[in-house]
Design a protein around this ligand. Structure first.
Ligand code: ADP
Ligand code: GLC
Length: 482
């Protein structure tokens, strides 16, 4: 019998990601990379993660496992060291203080760092160093544009390197709206051959596109819901990349994200004033009362629908149609609490809605994870009017908290919310959004039926098990074993 390490059904996978919960997070990508490795363990896959060591990450408790891993980009030399964090699975951190020891992950005050092309080229090369020296892999699973140079280097500079013979890459697109676009001169600065600058390579309207590199050079492609996988192949949702995605449709798959119920479960959530469950919804009223108090809204809201929102405030998330609909929404005698941060113009829209209706709408601008949990628990409805949504996690969290989602039918929102557990609208307009809110408000009036809707949502199971199984099968196919 062959030893276990020769078990060909088990893949060794190195996830290359710019963020992972709980160490560094700006959005749902971190939740995904934080949870997927453990879920894959159930299928026998051996998974490690590699991420930059940002300023916020405390190295106490981490081990320095590789002292000196220099990365050369042409003549420029970047000295990196690799730490291994104390996590349940191998979690490698690329330390290079001049590049990553900064206030933000990708930029500050809404402005990207001007050397992001270098920062994430060095990251890609150091990740390949981890695969070479520390964690031999079958599959390099790369997430978003910040990791997209891994397949590009593998297929160009390292094409004949025996270490990587047979190693396959999977590139997962969490959001096509973020592409990593740089001037053409960036190519030489990151030591990439000029031959990749072509329309079916990394060239994009006169610029260098990192995400296009991932799309063109990875062996397999995936995104985070089946509907988004279809949408990004259309001009409406393709951000100019629908053509190259259509050209690779045979290797593009949509795998829905799951939920880490260890973090998002009203029965065990340590951030709530009191726990509750589908069997005993009493605690949810206490959560609502406390939330109203926390946001300074009147007690009268206890008997009316309270809408919650937690969101990055960017053009993706639908603030413009909410502004269009807000007068009509307030006229329904409802209340709104919103937590979010992002682009100043959208932060301003939320502030001015609250200023206009101070006893109806309350807004917190900022990033606050405990408060995000309390909004999920205390609200009656959860609003996500996204222009596009690759998967979306908050609507799935809402289901588990008995908070009925009202969503635009796009991407993962369309795939996760069906009639009977939430409310959907199709057209991207304030009028369609208002109509959906009105339907939800009408349904709220029948308390028994509403509680049934809540319970149906709470009974849904979006745990990672199923999605991890789909990734595991995909790794096997990529490795040519099935
Ligand atoms: P996206 O990744 O596009 O931001 P998702 O719905 O996939 O959207 O995931 C968003 C994640 O970020 C969720 O875990 C959500 O709770 C969290 N989040 C977003 N904005 C905030 C905020 N202002 N404060 C706390 N958590 C937030
Ligand atoms: C992105 C998307 C979001 C998705 C998340 C995790 O940030 O905007 O819809 O849920 O990635 O895949």
């Amino acid at each position: 019998m062959l030893p276990a390490c020769y078990n060909s059904d088990v893949a060794r996978v190195l996830m290359v990601s710019p963020e992972a919960a709980p160490l560094a997070k700006t959005g749902g990508l971190a939740d995904v990379v934080g949870a997927l490795p453990t879920a894959l363990g159930a299928y026998g896959d051996e998974v490690a993660v590699v991420m930059p060591r940002y300023a916020g990450i405390d190295l106490k408790g981490a081990r320095r496992v590789y002292d000196s891993l220099p990365v050369y980009l042409g003549r420029a030399r970047f000295d990196t060291a690799i730490y291994q964090a104390a996590e349940a699975f191998p979690f490698y951190l690329v330390d290079c203080p001049p590049l990553y020891d900064r206030k933000g992950l990708y930029g500050e005050s809404g402005v990207d760092y001007p050397d992001n092309h270098i920062r994430f080229a060095v990251f890609a090369r150091a990740a390949l160093g981890v695969a070479r020296f520390l964690f031999r892999t079958d599959i390099l699973h790369c997430h978003d544009w910040q990791s997209a140079l891994v397949p590009v280097y593998l297929k160009t500079m390292l094409a004949s390197d025996p270490t990587f013979l047979g190693v396959k890459t999977l590139f997962t697109i969490h959001n096509l709206g973020y592409q990593g676009l740089f001037p053409k001169t960036a190519l030489a600065e990151v030591a990439l051959n000029a031959s990749v600058y072509r329309p079916d390579g990394m060239e994009f309207f006169g610029k260098v596109s990192y995400i296009k590199g991932g799309i063109a050079f990875a062996d397999g492609l995936s995104t985070v819901s089946p509907t988004y996988a279809r949408e990004i192949q259309t001009p409406e949702y393709g951000f100019g990349l629908d053509g190259v995605l259509r050209a690779r449709t045979a290797v593009l798959e949509g795998i829905l994200n799951g939920v880490d119920y260890r973090d998002w479960n009203p029965e065990t959530d340590r951030f709530l004033p009191t726990p509750y469950s589908a069997g005993d919804l009493g605690g949810k009223r206490i959560c609502k009362r406390e939330l109203l108090r926390e946001f300074g809204l009147p007690e009268a809201a206890m008997e009316r629908p309270l809408i919650g929102m937690v969101s990055r405030l960017t053009s993706q998330k639908g603030a413009d149609i909410l502004v269009e609909a807000v007068d009509g929404i307030v006229a329904e005698d409802v209340y709104l609490v919103a937590l979010g941060s992002g682009e100043p113009r959208y932060e301003e829209s939320f502030r001015s809605m609250a200023a206009r209706y101070p006893d109806r709408i309350a807004v917190r601008i900022g990033y606050d994870n405990p408060l995000a949990h309390r909004v999920e628990a205390g609200a009656d409805m959860f609003l996500m009017p996204s222009r596009y949504e690759p998967c979306g996690l908050n609507q799935i969290y809402s289901l588990g908290y008995g908070t009925v989602p009202v969503v635009r039918a796009t991407g993962g929102l369309d795939d996760t919310i069906e009639e009977g557990i939430g409310f959907k609208f199709a057209e991207y307009s304030g009028a369609a959004l208002l109509e959906a809110v009105r339907s939800a408000v009408r349904a709220f009036a029948d308390g028994d039926a509403w509680r049934e809707t809540m319970r149906r949502g709470m009974a849904k199971d979006f745990s990672w098990k199923k999605s991890a199984g789909a990734y595991s099968a995909l790794y096997q196919r990529l490795a040519g074993r099935r």
